[in-house]
Ligand binder design. Structure first.
Ligand code: ZN
Length: 482
């Protein structure tokens, strides 16, 4: 068995990504263009994201439900902006059961419409509010330029859908979801995302306000990693989601929707990966530790037995661990490279000499402030020390990503500085707020407004592009994006 590594990230970022997702066994290409098969190694990463986010969603009082994937076409047409926004991406079923259907069915691209229909049915009085629903589902949006995890025709996500008595409560909900996404990205994926509001030109189809978390990838591009929308009464009007208030008056509800998808996995790959391959943050790593027993024949049996002993202790300490003892035909060097390519945070090597010395040899996926090269750890200290080393590694990745993002972000006040800055990272610029001006910027530089950062300092002046007075009262982050 021979395998070249992946094209180095520094040489060709795009080729690196496309090769890596396949070679690291995260995904395989699906039989239909733009679809992906998520392999067990990639699905485990999703499960870890899902478990954390689902806990947050339930703790905040939401309940999971599951709505049908087929939506009557007429539902989508009820909210004009919504259908206009999604039309080009829809997959529509026209035939089923051996005949043409009376009404075509849309395979859900998102579920505001079908859930709106049932919210209207289930909500009568103010006592039924807020209605806090979430579903874990697959959705379909036909992709012309597919890319594994980032843009696939079918993907997995959760979609929260909630109905509230008034704008204030719906906005509280919208920002709660944004905050939950920021925590998942930061605490679990070690992605230092920037939360903020989208400009009107970048809003979700049918939303009054759209909020986003934006991460910077290692090529300087932005990735929108989760969005939360305040829908006002747009969908409530279209689906008659109303209720009797305390005075018996019939009032429209205010709704929200919010989603985070398998796209996050692409974000993890591009935030932390390097020339050698994946670098997984320990909290999302299917295997946090891989033990490679060394030696041949009887020696291999001895080291493998000891490796399983160490693995059992680590497992008892709550560590996800794998022993690589089923591939005797492969050299140790090959295995080390393979696990590095697959992003395992910590590798433990175990040879006869280690056993004689009563130690395992520990190697981190990347040198950190806490440890540069390999180090020997006595057997009786492994279970006690490894969890702390994993936590340090997790914190190191977040710090490193923050430093990288900050080094590629700068305020700019001239068009010349703007174009130079978005060629390598993010520009903080004053903007007039006009969509036509955003379009010109995009046409000339491929950069778009990523968000109006929630934490941005008050600032005003003239638009970096057209010179008209700035909007928003603060600088906007511009960058190229995925
Ligand atoms: Zn402008």
């Amino acid at each position: 068995m021979s395998r070249e590594g992946v094209t180095p990230q520094s040489e060709d970022f795009s080729a690196w990504y496309n090769e890596l997702v396949i070679k690291a066994q995260l995904v395989d290409r699906g039989p239909v263009r733009g679809t992906m098969v998520i392999r067990p190694y990639g699905y485990r990463v999703w499960e870890l994201i899902q478990a954390d986010l689902d806990g947050r969603i339930k703790d905040a009082g939401h309940e999971n439900a599951c709505f049908p994937m087929f939506i009557p076409e007429s539902y989508l047409k009820r909210e004009a902006q919504h259908v206009e926004g999604f039309s080009p991406e829809l997959a529509v079923v026209t035939h089923a059961g051996g005949k043409e259907l009376e009404e075509p069915l849309v395979v859900r691209p998102t579920s505001e419409t079908v859930i709106g229909e049932y919210m209207a049915k289930w909500i009568d009085s103010h006592r039924d509010l807020p209605l806090l629903l979430n579903q874990w589902a697959n959705v379909v949006r036909w992709e012309m330029r597919p890319r594994m995890f980032l843009r696939t025709t079918e993907f997995l996500w959760q979609e929260g859908h909630t109905a509230h008595a008034d704008e204030e409560d719906a906005m509280r909900e919208t920002l709660w979801a944004l905050d939950a996404y920021e925590k998942v990205a930061r605490d679990l994926a070690a992605m230092p995302v920037v939360p903020g509001e989208k400009t009107p030109g970048e809003r979700f189809a049918g939303a009054v306000r759209t909020y986003t978390i934006e991460g910077m990838m290692r090529d300087g591009r932005a990735l929108q990693a989760g969005t939360s929308h305040y829908l006002g009464t747009n969908f409530a009007k279209a689906f008659e989601i109303d209720y009797q208030d305390a005075d018996g008056e019939l009032v429209l509800a205010h709704t929200t929707s919010w989603g985070m998808s398998t796209r996050m996995i692409g974000g993890v790959i591009m935030t932390h990966g390097d020339d050698k391959g994946l670098v997984l943050p320990p909290r999302l790593a299917p295997y946090q530790v891989v033990i490679v027993p060394l030696g041949r024949k009887e020696q291999a049996e001895t080291t493998a037995a000891k490796a399983h002993e160490v693995a059992a202790e680590l497992k008892a300490a709550g560590v996800r661990v794998h022993v690589d003892d089923k591939r005797p035909q492969l050299s140790p060097g090959f295995k080390f490279n393979d696990w590095e390519m697959r992003g395992v945070p910590i590798r433990l090597e175990l040879g006869m000499r280690d056993i004689d010395n009563g130690v395992v040899t520990l190697a981190r996926r990347l040198p950190t402030e806490e440890g540069q090269g390999k180090e020997a750890i006595p057997f009786d200290e492994v279970a006690a020390r490894v969890p702390g080393i994993l936590e340090d590694f997790q914190a190191f990745l977040l710090r490193r990503a923050e430093e990288f993002r900050d080094s590629r972000t700068a305020p700019v006040d001239s068009w010349e500085a703007f174009t130079a800055q978005v060629a390598q990272g993010w520009a903080l610029a004053l903007h007039c707020g006009r969509t036509a001006c955003e379009d010109e910027i995009k046409a000339e530089t491929a950069a778009t407004p990523r968000c109006i950062p929630a934490a941005g300092e008050p600032d005003s002046g003239v638009c970096v592009k057209c010179g008209e007075p700035s909007a928003y009262g603060k600088r906007v982050i511009f960058g190229k994006s995925y």
